[in-house]
Design a protein around this ligand. Structure first.
Ligand SMILES: [Ca+2]
Length: 370
């Protein structure tokens, strides 16, 4: 019998161990124990990361051989179809084989400071596909070695899940009761989109209910919804970034740090750091720091004589005598001459843009570097 074994955790094993996630062991058998040559097969074993310092309680068979390492235990477990897990006793150098894996809630396990427990990996969770090498290709939004967790936001998916492809993902922020869809751009500082207006095929002149729940196509023009924005901004520390694209295709940006959006009972009041650094786009929101959200059917602005949302045909954080310095959710007219028409309902940005009209508008959250 020729058994070639190698521990194959890859270069990031130290990182994994520090994070107490999973240790991978890859075994390759060139020859079956009965002497019959077969194509190499690979089985993967993993530590039950959800059950640290615990081992299987029952259904164990001890092998009396002395082994050098857990890799040898894995090599003995692998060809036995009833062996679904094993324990390695590093002190006595013995293997114990289990006919069951650890329960996800660790209910069939007992504490053990010394022994090490490994489960055979037979599949990936949540519809993930097991690839050669033991990695799982996870469905959108799922991350982790087994696709067993959903990413909290786009940044989480990029950093922990190593996801590089832009698109729509399920995210599950800390304070959310359920996962929801978000558009992610997986750039160096990943963006969780709040709104996108690039195709100009979705009407943004909408009522309270729509702005609350979100509308449009998550992979196209859309508004994520104020309830989700409230959950996101209370779950992590973010900067809110606005991007305006001009007809010339040049992009202009404005950032707002420490962004917070209150809940519906407080009219989705917006707050952010008072230290606003004017970007290439220019500051619009500063006069609205602390303002309520208003829509066509809800006048929550503090302008007594004017229903600002109706004036601007938009849903936004309007406040003060002038209602707003910009109107990113107004009517996107995209005129050929690139000039503002001068009507309150059109999309416009601040005086920093002069009469130049935005052609595309996006807003997204970027995680603050701690
Ligand atoms: Ca008013």
């Amino acid at each position: 019998m020729t058994v070639t074994t190698h521990v194959s955790p890859g270069p990031s094993v130290t990182q994994f161990l520090h994070k107490n996630v999973t240790l991978w062991m890859t075994l390759q058998l060139a020859l079956r124990p009965n002497g019959v040559t077969s194509s190499p097969s690979i089985v993967f074993y993993q530590k039950a990361s959800q059950c640290p310092n615990q081992v299987l309680a029952a259904n164990l068979t001890r092998d009396n051989c002395t082994v050098r390492s857990k890799v040898e235990c894995a090599a003995m477990c692998m060809p036995n179809l009833t062996c679904l897990s094993f324990l390695f006793d590093p002190e006595k150098k013995h293997c114990y084989f289990g006919s069951e894996p650890s329960d996800p809630k660790c209910s069939n396990m007992v504490p053990s400071a010394g022994m090490q427990h490994y489960d055979m990996k037979t599949a990936c969770s949540n519809g993930g596909i097991l690839m050669t090498g033991g990695t799982c290709v996870c469905p959108r939004g799922y991350i982790g070695e087994n696709c067993d967790i959903l990413m909290r936001d786009c940044d989480d998916g990029r950093v922990k899940g190593k996801i590089k492809k832009n698109g729509v993902y399920w995210i599950f922020p800390k304070l959310s009761a359920e996962p929801f869809l978000a558009y992610c751009r997986m750039v160096d500082r990943p963006r969780t989109y709040v709104m996108d207006r690039v195709n100009n095929d979705v009407n943004f002149t909408r009522m309270w209910k729509d702005y609350k729940q979100g509308f449009g196509n998550v992979d196209g023009d859309h508004w994520i919804g104020l309830d989700k924005l409230h959950i996101l901004t209370n779950s992590e520390d973010y900067e809110l970034r606005f991007r305006v694209r001009l007809r010339s295709n040049s992009n202009l940006f404005q950032f707002y740090d420490k962004i917070g959006v209150d809940d519906e009972a407080h009219n989705y009041r917006i707050t952010f750091s008072k230290d606003v650094v004017p970007g290439s786009l220019g500051d619009c929101l500063s006069p609205a720091n602390g303002a309520n959200f208003s829509t066509m059917d809800r006048d929550n602005d503090n302008n007594i004589g004017v229903h600002c949302a109706r004036r601007h045909q938009a849903g936004f954080w309007f406040a003060g005598q002038d209602c707003t310095l910009c109107n990113p959710t107004g009517r996107l007219l995209q005129p050929d001459n690139q000039r503002r028409r001068g009507i309150p309902e059109e999309v416009f940005w601040t005086e920093s843009l002069g009469n130049t009209v935005p052609y595309k508008v996006s807003a997204y959250l970027v995680n603050t570097i701690k």
